[in-house]
Design a protein around this ligand. Structure first.
Ligand SMILES: C[C@@](CO)(OP(=O)(O)O)[C@H](O)COP(=O)(O)OP(=O)(O)OC[C@H]1O[C@@H](n2ccc(N)nc2=O)[C@H](O)[C@@H]1O
Ligand SMILES: Nc1ncnc2c1ncn2[C@@H]1O[C@H](COP(=O)(O)OP(=O)(O)O)[C@@H](O)[C@H]1O
Length: 298
């Protein structure tokens, strides 16, 4: 028997990063938004294995360290069953791109394996297990738009109106999430900036509730952006180009290096994507929309 799960990428609409905690993590205010770039994960009963296909899959492990395999092993342990899951990942989400592709695959594997081994398992249990695998995994199960606090794993769905049109400029190569957090701490220390306790942005929440893309564009923020730009200065040109081409908002997605641009409608998004491709400031530029549902069995 086999189950296929479709799971979305995320962009962070607000990433407020608090001080470094004793456990090596930062307290966050992390406004997640699921967008229509998807990985597809097929789980088939059989010996534990991972295969990956996609146009750009360099760096994705196929051994037990793949987050999808770790998810299968964690769930099997929780249920007291054998981790008999042969996992195939069709990758569209950029790797190490700040769009939570690995977390998405872990979420999809949890849902797919649960469908095979214990179909009645509550989503809440899967989200708790997901939080043990990575801070972004619970959101990939939930989808939509939500604010995450703690490490980002304690989620509250946010009310939104309408559909938002995005362009994602993909970079050559990736950025390591721990390295970007470490660079954020280094820059803060170097400039004697004291990390303040982050709060949800009232302007952002109002824009989302009203479906006001222009106001949302103006309210997008990412405290990791200076660190990502410091590690990959070429991203400054990418961000500037998107603004020049009329994006309503522009920022690095999470820990980067993918850059996200907000457009007024689908046509505007297609125009900005074409202009970014023509300007040669990105490996690729793809249009997508949000919010979309979280991991879903097909
Ligand atoms: C930055 C964000 C924004 O959503 O994602 P990406 O943009 O990389 O996808 C997340 O905070 C990444 O979440 P995730 O990729 O699940 O990270 P984890 O596996 O939990 O942690 C990896 C490492 O990132 C750092 N980390 C992560 C979360 C957090 N709140 N504080 C941290 O300092 C720690 O160094 C940790 O060891
Ligand atoms: N299923 C997976 N897909 C992608 N990367 C994975 C996966 N499992 C483990 N990884 C590792 O996680 C790293 C971060 O990948 P990813 O989740 O795509 O990026 P980000 O954390 O920037 O959103 C990769 O470089 C890779 O080594």
């Amino acid at each position: 028997m086999s189950v296929t799960v479709r799971v979305p990428a995320k962009v962070n609409l607000q990433l407020g990063v608090g001080p470094l905690r004793d456990d090596g993590y930062h307290d966050l205010v992390n406004v997640f938004h699921a967008v229509s770039l998807f990985d597809e994960v097929t789980v088939t009963e059989g010996p534990l294995a991972v295969t990956v296909e996609g146009a750009s899959i360099e760096g994705v492990p196929t051994g037990p360290e793949n987050l999808a395999a770790r998810a299968a092993v964690l769930l099997a342990g929780h249920l007291g069953v054998e981790a008999a899951a042969s996992i195939h990942i069709r990758k569209e989400i950029p790797v190490a791109g700040g769009m939570a592709g690995g977390s998405a695959d872990a979420a999809a594997a949890l849902l797919g394996c649960a469908a095979l081994w214990n179909p009645g398992l509550p989503l809440k249990t899967l989200m708790e297990l997901g939080g043990q695998l990575g801070s972004d995994v619970p959101f990939a199960l939930l989808g939509g738009t939500a604010v995450g606090v703690g490490r980002g794993e304690v989620l509250t769905p946010l009310p939104t109106s309408g559909e938002y049109h995005w362009i994602f400029a993909l970079a050559e190569g990736g950025l390591s999430t721990p390295a970007v957090y470490a660079e954020c701490d280094r820059l803060r220390a170097a400039f004697e900036e004291h990390a303040v306790w982050p709060h949800e942005s009232p302007a952002l929440l109002a824009a989302l509730a009203e479906g006001d893309a222009k106001a949302l564009g103006a309210a997008l923020t990412n405290d990791l952006q200076p660190a990502a730009l410091s590690l990959m200065p070429s991203l400054q040109r990418t961000i500037a180009a998107g603004r020049d081409f009329g994006a309503l908002g522009a920022l690095v997605s999470g820990s980067g290096p993918t850059c996200a641009f907000l457009a007024g409608d689908a046509e505007h998004a297609a125009d900005i994507a074409a202009a970014l491709r023509g300007a040669g400031v990105a490996r690729a530029a793809v249009a997508a929309s949000g919010p979309v549902p979280g991991a879903t069995v097909l």
